[in-house]
Design a protein around this ligand. Structure first.
Ligand code: PLP
Length: 401
C-alpha cells in the first residue's frame, strides 16, 4: 500500500457487512439466488407523501443551498412538536435539538465532542458497532463493554458498569437482540448516570419499530439531562436520505453542534423538508399514521413466520416486540452457522459482529417478503439445519420477551 493509514484507522475493525457482502457476492456469481436477512435496511418504499415533498422541494433554488450544521429551524421545530406529541416531552428547538446526517453521525460526533483520550466509554456487548468502534477509537478512549445477557432480557445492568466513565451508550429497541425496555428501566439508568456523572447517550433509532401494544419510551421522559438520538431511517424507510436528530441537554446539543460545524454543513434542505412532512404525518395523540402502521403490520407478519419457522426447526427464539431483528442461539459457532447458511443461499449476520460475548448467536432481519422467508425455512429444513444441531440449553419451551 503506497499510503499508510493512521494508527487509529488501523485499529478500526472492518465494518461488519463488508465481509458478508463478499461471501454473498461469490455465491451469487455461482448463480445462487440469495435470500438476504443481513443488513438492517428496509425493503419497503418511503411513504409517497414524503417523496412528493422531497421532489417539489428539490426543484426550488432556496433548498439547493447549504443548510446549517444544526439543521433548519423548521425541522428542529417539527422534532420538538413530535417529541411533545409522541412522548409528552417539551424541548426547546433552538437549544435542545440538532439535526444529524442519520443518527450514526450524531452517535459518533457526540463522543468527539465530549470524550478525551484515556476516558472511558461504556458500550453494551452485543451492541451497535459504532459505540466501541469509531466513537472509542477515534477519540483514543477506553471502551468497557458490558455484556447484555439473555437472563436479564438483554437489558444492560448499570450495576455492572464502572462509575467513573465519561459516557454510556444504550439502545432499546435493541439492535441486534430485538430486546425492548420500559420507562422504569430507563429511569433507573438515567438516575445512575445522574449519580455517577456519566453522559447518557440513548440510541432510540428504533423507537417507532414496535409491535403489538408495545410503545418504546424516550430517555427524555426520565429527564432531559441526557442526549437521545432518533432516526428517520427505519421509521419511514428513509435509510438512504441520511436524516436523524439529537435531542437533549443544551450543553450536550451545543457540543454536538460545535463539532458538526467544523465537519459538515447540515443535511440537504430538501431532505429536511421531507423530514418535516414525515414527522407531521403523526397524529396529534402521538400515534403513527397508517403508512407506518402498515409497514409494521408487514414486518409483524414476517417476524411471526420467521420466528415460528425457526421454532419449528428446533431453535429457541424470542418473539421481539421491537426492531425488525430476530436473534437466536444457533447451537454452534456463529461463523460456522453463517457459512452453512451461505451455502444454502441465505445471508444472516453472526452475533460476534456486535461483540465477542454474542458468540453462538445469529441475527436475521425481516426485510424479505414472506414467500422468501418461507423458502429460506424450506432450504434450512431440507439441509437439516436446526434439527441436526439442537441449540444449547434447549428446554423445549419457547419464551417470549
Ligand atoms: C442501533 C442503531 N443505531 C443507529 C443506527 C444508525 O441509523 P441511521 O444512521 O440510519 O439513522 C443504526 C442503523 O442500523 C442502528 O442499528
Amino acid at each position: 500500500m503506497k499510503y499508510e493509514q493512521s494508527e487509529r484507522l488501523k485499529k478500526l475493525p472492518p465494518y461488519l457487512f463488508v465481509r458478508l457482502e463478499e461471501l454473498a457476492a461469490a455465491k451469487r456469481k455461482e448463480g445462487v439466488d440469495m435470500i438476504d436477512f443481513g443488513i438492517g435496511d428496509p425493503d419497503l418504499p418511503t411513504p409517497e407523501k414524503i417523496v412528493k415533498t422531497l421532489q417539489i422541494a428539490a426543484e426550488e433554488n432556496e433548498n439547493q443551498k447549504y443548510s446549517s450544521s444544526q439543521g433548519e429551524k423548521g425541522l428542529r421545530e417539527a422534532v420538538a412538536r413530535w417529541y411533545k406529541k409522541r412522548f409528552g416531552v417539551e424541548v426547546n428547538p433552538a437549544t435542545q435539538v440538532c439535526i444529524t446526517l442519520g443518527s450514526k453521525e450524531g452517535i459518533f460526533n457526540i463522543a468527539q465532542a465530549f470524550v478525551n483520550p484515556g476516558e472511558t466509554i461504556i458500550a453494551p456487548s452485543p451492541g451497535y458497532p459504532v459505540y466501541s468502534g469509531a466513537s472509542t477509537i477515534f477519540n483514543e478512549a477506553d471502551c468497557i463493554k458490558v455484556p447484555l445477557r439473555p437472563e436479564k432480557n438483554w437489558l444492560l445492568d448499570v450495576d455492572e458498569c464502572p462509575v467513573d466513565a465519561k459516557m454510556l451508550y444504550i439502545n432499546y429497541p435493541n439492535n441486534p437482540t430485538g430486546a425492548t425496555c420500559d420507562l422504569a428501566y430507563l429511569q433507573k439508568v438515567y438516575d445512575w448516570c445522574q449519580q455517577t456523572g456519566t453522559i447518557l447517550c440513548f440510541d432510540n433509532a428504533y423507537s417507532e419499530m414496535c409491535y403489538d401494544d408495545y410503545r418504546a419510551p424516550s430517555a427524555l421522559q426520565a429527564g432531559c439531562d441526557c442526549i437521545e438520538f432518533g432516526s428517520f431511517s427505519k421509521t419511514f424507510n428513509m435509510t438512504g436520505y441520511r436524516l436523524g436528530y439529537a435531542v437533549g441537554h443544551p450543553d450536550l446539543i451545543a457540543g454536538l453542534k460545535k463539532c458538526k460545524g467544523q465537519i459538515d454543513s447540515g443535511a440537504p434542505i430538501f431532505i429536511q423538508k421531507a423530514g418535516i412532512t414525515a414527522l407531521e404525518m403523526y397524529h396529534d395523540d402521538g400515534t403513527p399514521p397508517s403508512a407506518i402502521k402498515n409497514n409494521m403490520d408487514i414486518y409483524a407478519e414476517r417476524r411471526d413466520v420467521l420466528v415460528n419457522g425457526l421454532r419449528d426447526l428446533g431453535f429457541d427464539v424470542a418473539m421481539p416486540k421491537g426492531t425488525f431483528y430476530v436473534w437466536f442461539d444457533c447451537g454452534m459457532r456463529s461463523d460456522e452457522f453463517v457459512a452453512k447458511m451461505i451455502d444454502l443461499g441465505i445471508i444472516v449476520t453472526p452475533g460476534p459482529g456486535f461483540g465477542e460475548s454474542a458468540e453462538g448467536y445469529i441475527r436475521m432481519t425481516v426485510t424479505e417478503p414472506v414467500e422468501h422467508i418461507k423458502e429460506a425455512l424450506v432450504r434450512m429444513r431440507r439441509a437439516s439445519v436446526g434439527t441436526a444441531c439442537p441449540p444449547k440449553n434447549k428446554d423445549g419451551k419457547n419464551k417470549d420477551q
